[in-house]
Write a protein that binds this ligand. Structure first.
Ligand code: OGA
Ligand code: MN
Length: 359
């Protein structure tokens, strides 16, 4: 953290660092934000595959035919699902209202069978083909540019996904996943059920955040047999991850059994990355069964992935709230200038006016 006095003297360095970060974002396409924004939404599922765009390395022939079958079915389903009520939208899963109530009351919600098994199967196949096409990288930890590799904390591989990502490896099922997760974001964004209210007086403490569609982050996570992710938090004040409002985990493990382990453990003690000394553990374990969606408030629920005895697949994501004026000061003064710059750039906030605010 930067002290107040230091902040004054470092203003121009901050601006320079932000400028470098913004340039880096646009030049290098560092996968950080804009993961599945509706503004860049691809057309709804169409009946023909854009074959020339598909690189041979990421889509084996057998896979292509299975996706084609799925796409045909999805097209049929989508063309009949014109209204968006839960009952009729069979192709794009929707959040039940009980999930919002759980999230409000407990800070988390577990929605088994959010994805139907056929969609889980094709997403699972997508992960396999992306892995064999070398699209996954060994996962790193950390919220900032240092992004260290630390195999004491995490053993997994990840692949950033989103409407603007993996354009050389298009996939119909992935588009439906984006539609479903955009729907979840819409249901959460500014939802008054999620307002922070005083439990005694019912008085509003803090309104539920409006979520910025351009700042969603989304990735596939693959844990090999023996993989894990030790206790951590997804949103940490003093870093750009503070914008993360809701974390999402969506499991793709088709035939998970208790012997496979690798459960998600959510902690409810008063600690952050560690159980406070003298306090007893207080947690729940979630089975990572295919189709199960887990949502939680990113700053409230420390969590971990227990050692998995079988390969384990998840979609991991964060819905970020819109950047406020207060955040701009905080982001510009912290150590994580690269990520801050990228987030601000992605949020479309980098205008002459705004940058001069930071100088
Ligand atoms: C994460 C995470 C949990 C999981 O990637 O931040 O907590 O179940 N993943 O994969
Ligand atoms: Mn996490």
């Amino acid at each position: 953290m930067t002290m107040k006095g230091e902040h004054q003297s470092q203003r121009s360095t901050t601006t320079a660092a932000l400028a470098v970060a913004i340039c880096t974002f646009f030049c290098a396409h560092v996968p950080i934000a804009n993961a599945f924004s509706p503004s860049s939404r691809a057309p709804a599922v169409s009946s023909t595959l854009p074959m020339p765009l598909i690189s041979a390395s990421c889509k084996p022939a057998a896979y292509l035919s299975s996706v084609y079958e799925y796409r045909r079915d999805a097209t049929a389903l989508q063309s009949t699902a014109t209204d968006t009520s839960a009952a009729s939208s069979t192709s794009v899963p929707r959040l039940p209202s009980s999930a919002i109530e759980d999230l409000s009351a407990k800070g988390y919600a577990i929605i088994p069978n959010f994805l139907p098994p056929d969609l889980v199967a094709v997403l699972n196949a997508d992960v396999s083909s992306l892995r064999s096409g070398s699209k996954f990288n060994v996962a790193r930890i950390g919220q900032d540019a240092t992004n260290k590799l630390n195999t004491d904390i995490r053993v997994a591989e990840t692949c950033f996904v989103g409407r603007t990502k993996l354009q050389d490896c298009p996939d119909a099922a992935r588009e439906i996943l984006y539609d479903a997760l955009d729907g979840v974001r819409n249901d959460l964004s500014g939802n008054s059920v999620l307002d922070d209210k005083s439990s005694s007086t019912g008085e509003l403490i803090k309104a539920a955040p409006a979520l910025d569609s351009t700042l969603s982050e989304l990735l596939y996570a693959y844990y090999p047999q023996g993989g894990f992710y030790r206790r951590h938090r997804d949103a940490i004040s003093g870093s750009a991850s503070v914008l993360r409002s809701y974390s999402l985990l969506l499991y793709l493990n088709e035939n998970w059994t208790p012997e496979d382990e690798g459960q998600l453990r959510m902690h409810f003690d008063s600690g952050g990355d560690f159980l406070p000394e003298g306090e007893g553990p207080n947690y729940i374990d979630v089975e990572p069964r295919g189709g199960t969606l887990v949502l939680f408030k990113s700053d409230q629920v420390p969590h971990e992935v227990l050692d998995t005895k079988a390969q384990r697949l998840a979609v991991v994501g964060w819905y970020n709230r819109a950047v406020s004026a207060a955040d701009i000061g905080e982001l510009a003064s912290n150590e994580d200038k690269m990520r801050a710059g990228m987030l601000l750039a992605a949020a479309g906030l980098v205008t002459v006016g705004l940058v001069s605010l930071l100088t």
